[in-house]
Design a protein around this ligand. Structure first.
Ligand SMILES: N[C@@H](CCC(=O)N[C@@H](CS)C(=O)NCC(=O)O)C(=O)O
Length: 201
């Protein structure tokens, strides 16, 4: 399987999940501005939407959407527990977190990376993030990970997005549980391996 990625972007989430479950991905770096790959291929020919992550399966089929890719990869190794079994309430809880991260955090943070986002929009997003991050901080109280002691696909996604805060001036210092969580997830060998592979460690 080939993962089209940009270093530190949301594509880091499926990359971490693949490492966690022991899937060796072929990594293809994409230049977000020119939409070309490191081998000078037109990325738009792979994903017409022009965004990462894009996962190309062995049969050439394309899959996109971070929240789905992390589930797909985790489900390749169900014994890893990164996605609980279909039918388990725990699976819906992980999916609930994945949807929360995608819609309440990922896209809200994403606006800060766009050069044409108006200041007023950034201000609205800052206020919204303060509320959503306070919610996450509360949920992490007394827990190593979102689901408790077990690291799941949702943690790979949440941790990736939280990593953007320092780049866009979102202050996390008042969120003690989030700070601890960032350190806990960062210490996982699969996370360090992904960071090294993306040239970030
Ligand atoms: N809906 C997609 C959005 C992915 C996305 O926002 N990717 C960003 C990086 S985190 C990107 O590639 N942006 C470049 C662009 O949109 O041109 C998902 O959930 O995976």
């Amino acid at each position: 399987m080939k993962l089209f990625y940009m270093p530190g972007a949301c594509s880091l989430a499926p990359h971490i999940v693949a490492n966690e479950v022991g899937i060796d991905l072929e990594l293809v770096k994409v230049d977000g501005k020119t939409k070309t790959t490191e081998t000078q291929q037109d990325f738009l020919a792979t994903n017409p939407n022009g965004y990462v992550p894009a996962l190309v399966l062995g049969d050439g089929e394309l899959m996109t959407e971070s929240s789905v890719l992390v589930q797909y990869l985790a489900d390749q190794k169900p014994e890893s527990g990164l996605m609980p079994k279909p039918g388990d309430m725990a699976r819906y809880r992980v999916q609930q977190w994945l949807a929360f991260v995608a819609t309440e955090l990922h896209k809200v943070f994403g606006a800060f990376f766009k050069p044409n986002t108006p200041e007023a929009t950034k201000e609205i997003n800052r206020e919204l993030l303060a509320k959503r991050l306070a919610f996450v901080d509360g949920k992490l109280d007394g827990r190593a990970y979102l689901m408790g002691d077990a690291f799941t696909a949702a943690d790979a996604y949440l941790w990736t997005i939280l990593g953007w805060a320092k780049h866009v001036g979102i202050d996390l210092s008042s969120f003690a549980n989030i700070q601890r969580y960032i350190g806990t997830v960062a210490a996982r060998p699969a996370v360090q391996k992904a960071l090294r592979a993306e040239g970030l460690a």
